[in-house]
Design a protein around this ligand. Sequence first.
Ligand code: UTP
Length: 408
Amino acid sequence: MNYQQVYDKLEKSGQLHVLKYYEELTQEEKEALLAQVETLDFSMTASCKHKEELNQKGEITPLSAMQLNEIAERKEEFMSAGIDAIRAGKVGAVLLAGGMGTRLGSDAPKGVYNIGLTKEVFIFQRLIENLLDVVRQADAWIHLFVMTSDKNHEATVNFFREKDYFGYKPEYITFFMQEMAPATDYEGRVYMEAKDKISTSPNGNGGWFSSMMKWGVVDKIHEAGIEWLNVFAVDNVLQRIADPCFVGATILTDSDVGAKVVRKNAPDERIGVICLEDGRPSIVEYYELTEELMNARDENGEPAYSFGVILNYLFREKALEEIVAKKLPLHIVEKKIPCLNEAGELIRPEEPNGYKYEQLVLDMIHELDSCLPYEVERNYEFAPIKNKTGIDSVESARVLCQENGIEL
Ligand code: UTP
């Protein structure tokens, strides 16, 4: 895009202030700014003015999960179908590692965080070790796709290289980057983080499949004959990846997606709940769960919405291709955004000062026709690290790792 085209794009979206310092910039900086404007989509920034109208939920009704006892009864059947699919190369894994991990308070990618006590145990290492368990069990390598963002791509790729991929075969690991979204003030005006740079943040974990398409990673998936993608979060250090039993259960129930769920530990636990929305599978975030739903009972008198998702989904790849063109809902989140002040100096606010714009993987579930909620034992499979201390923290994850016999 040349200057005039950039000017027109910014004018159309009410963002002309981006060019405030243009004349002061060096030639190289000018080009960088024009290139950044070209890649960014500003259309979502206007949505913050009618934020309350976004993401209105339909009618919520319960969706039953396949529970531990049923899984135990059919374990052999599921395991054998899962192992067959993995051996045939039909299963790939997708690590979502593009987030900023701001709550953990480190600028480095979350996966390089060392949770070890007497030795180094990095988050990425824990995940690779878990995946290697399945590689050994199935006696077959599994393609791993790692999503990064503009903010952590290099650091992530270098870390894996430095650590020799923690024993994984490098030709089975593919890195790709997610898109960035502009960050704005409360009126939807984008912030600048430098005179030649708009403030941006990763656009949420919902864009992973479209980013795979943009990066040509989907071609690789087709070439390899992968039919199922197990998407998982970086921060759960007990995450079971490409779990053969889960793979088998999802395939044998002919579901478009399997979702690992845990029994909630309290009605108000801060975890998204699996349900039906207007008759289709869906997830209600904890902050959208009304008192009434929280305390609702099913026909057996059991809590009706007692299973929460842990960001571990097995998607049928073909189904993803069918929904990729659909627009997922936009989530507008209040955050502290470093930005230039009126005088052109960089400030790091102590309090939230604007919005980030995200799409979420959990909203993909509602686009699909069928979903298998698959219960897992939370103490064996769920140790998320969001904070340094307290709930869902490095501390709580360490305790759970030790309970599971993992040396730290
Ligand atoms: P979180 O919702 O915990 O966000 O991500 P975060 O950015 O890692 O952490 P905070 O909120 O800043 O503290 C859940 C999963 O989704 C990935 C994260 O890397 C994590 O695996 N994610 C999140 C992305 O891949 N991209 C994003 O834009 C956001």
